[in-house]
Design a protein. Sequence first.
Length: 175
Amino acid sequence: RSRVTVLITGESGTGKELVASAIESLGNPERKAPYIRLNCAAVPDTLVESELFGHEPGAFTGARTQKPGLLLRAHRGTVFLDEIADMSLSAQAKIERFLQEREFLPLGGQKTVHVDVRVIAASNRDLPALAKSGAFRPELLWRLDVVNLRVPPLRERREDVPLLVDQILRRLDKD
């Protein structure tokens, strides 16, 4: 039930998103608070800031209406930022600032917005190595790495294979 920031690391396919969902559901058992997911790799750099922080009319070409961002929509809930290493350095800087202050300025906005949002982030990449090379902001890594959960690949947890097979068979039996 803690609101601490969590960084989930591990290879692709290890279940990082399942771990994030489990963390969120344990902290939100009645599903009253919003849980919003963003696959950072799937959103173009030009749109990620608008998706996260929202925008005001006229903020950019085609922005005709106000759009609340994911952080505002997740107020009092959780945002899961999957594949956070795929964000541009500019967007990383803004997320880092948000984690520091718990406030942001929508694109084209004049008024700072304060929100209470828990952040869970995930990456399949070596963030400390990326930070050393300049491809990931060290300050963001420091703010994300409050609790770090490494999800090992299945080859390192062979004892889980029977459990997974049983789960798959139960799902197939329901169909």
